[in-house]
Write a protein that binds this ligand. Structure first.
Ligand code: AMP
Ligand code: MG
Length: 396
């Protein structure tokens, strides 16, 4: 058994990003840029009106009274001839400001009599209501650097600077292999000795929260050769294989041996922690294998505390659950020398361990918004004592 800190170190040492791929910008949301991206043109590409109104030469208006309206420029049309002295051009938001014009007045601040324009905007300053060429970004300037996680705004920004395709770190292909002869699918009738299967749908949901969509699920009997076959295939087609159950030392626990049979190199097996003591991690070239426990609550704890970080790294991110130090709302006696991860409810600046911490119980996890990490030492925690919590993804 190794300590939690040692397992974290081993995972860090085995983190890598998948080789970048080029994708359409619109498919790149949530992905991390694998290259610096530069603007293909000035944005705006020309001096642009910021208002529906009139473009004119500021001096002309200040020197004389009214201006003569001569023509109009809607958005999407090329520039007209340069503006001539004493004239104004009807203009719309986003349209090209004609050469020579230096100011736009809002249509709400003018009066028109035929082609005569009276500007009634004493506060108007020269140069107002124009978005100047290149004020957002200049051609060939850095739009977004490598390592940026593309948000919807990022996707829009890159499209707006003329980028159609980008290099990103892809999301991994992940296989979920659920072991256990006792498992039945929800919606079907339980036979004697059976329980409903929880891990596949739960892991699929947790993967989707990262943005991973390329997921396959395999159900495996507790038989060494069957499991070896399924794992072998899963390794061919995936970057990561997550097995659940069958990772302890029972007569029907075949995960570690199946991994060995498939040529997976063991990185660790068994941690000084609760829940999730039997956690296994292995690697075969650039494929990662996690042997998660069977009990659903242990599975998800190990997923968030270990698998999460490794998956984030594959996607090019350096990300863990957000950690906070917060006071306990009640006293808590920790009776053994294992790191504990408790399902917690963080509210109003303090955290309360949820009732029902046993690892076969998922209800507490379903109500929790964080995991409380308590170090290895045996300890009576006092009410108000600070502990470290890891906020679950939707809450971090
Ligand atoms: P194991 O490590 O395979 O002995 O599993 C430990 C416990 O977790 C047993 O009580 C199993 O029935 C339960 N378990 C294993 N896999 C699942 C699953 N996919 N869904 C719900 N419970 C499971
Ligand atoms: Mg089992």
């Amino acid at each position: 058994m190794i300590p939690v800190t040692e397992a974290r170190k081993i995972i860090r040492e085995n983190m890598f990003s998948l080789p970048p791929v080029e994708v359409d910008v619109e498919k790149a949301v949530d992905h991390v840029l694998a290259e610096d991206v530069y603007a293909t043109c000035d944005i705006p590409p020309f001096h642009q009106s910021a208002m529906d109104g009139y473009a004119f030469v500021f001096k002309d208006w200040k020197n004389g009274g009214s201006l003569l309206v001569d023509g109009e420029i809607p958005a999407g049309k090329g520039s007209k001839a340069p503006i001539s002295t004493g004239k104004a051009v009807r203009i719309f938001t986003g349209a090209v400001v004609p050469e020579g014009a230096d100011t736009v007045v809002m249509q709400e601040r003018v009066t028109r009599k035929g082609t005569q324009l009276f500007i009634e905007d004493e506060l108007l300053e020269e140069g107002r209501n124009i978005r100047y060429k290149g004020t957002e970004i200049r051609k060939d300037d850095l739009a977004l650097p490598e390592g940026t996680v593309l948000s919807p705004a990022g996707v829009g920004f890159l499209s707006g600077v003329g980028i159609a395709r980008v290099k990103v770190y892809p999301m991994p292909y992940v296989a979920i292999v659920v072991t256990g002869n006792e498992l039945q699918q929800a919606g079907k009738e339980l036979q004697p000795g059976q329980i409903y299967e929880s891990n596949a749908s739960m892991l699929r949901a947790a993967l989707k929260q990262i943005g991973i969509e390329k997921i396959s699920v395999h159900l495996a009997e507790d038989k060494l050769d069957t499991l070896t076959g399924i794992l072998g295939n899963a390794l061919k087609n995936n970057d990561v294989v997550l097995l659940t159950g069958g990772v302890s030392v029972g007569d029907y626990d075949f995960v570690v041996r199946a991994a060995e049979n498939c040529g997976v190199q063991q990185l660790f097996h068994k941690l000084k922690q609760r829940p999730g003591k039997p956690l296994y991690m292995g690697r075969k070239e650039n494929k990662l294998v996690f042997g998660l426990p069977g009990n659903p609550s242990s599975v998800l704890t190990c997923f968030y505390e270990y698998v999460w970080n490794a998956l984030q790294a594959l996607c090019g991110r350096e990300r863990q659950l957000t950690s906070l130090n917060v006071p306990l709302s009640i006293a808590y006696a920790k009776k053994n020398a294992l790191t504990h991860f408790l399902k917690g409810i963080y509210k109003n600046g303090e955290v309360t361990p949820a009732t029902g911490q046993e690892s076969f119980r998922l209800g507490s996890f379903a109500r929790a918004n964080c995991l409380i990490e308590l170090g290895e030492e045996v300890k009576e925690y006092e009410k108000g004592e600070e502990v470290t919590i890891h906020l679950l993804p939707l809450y971090g």
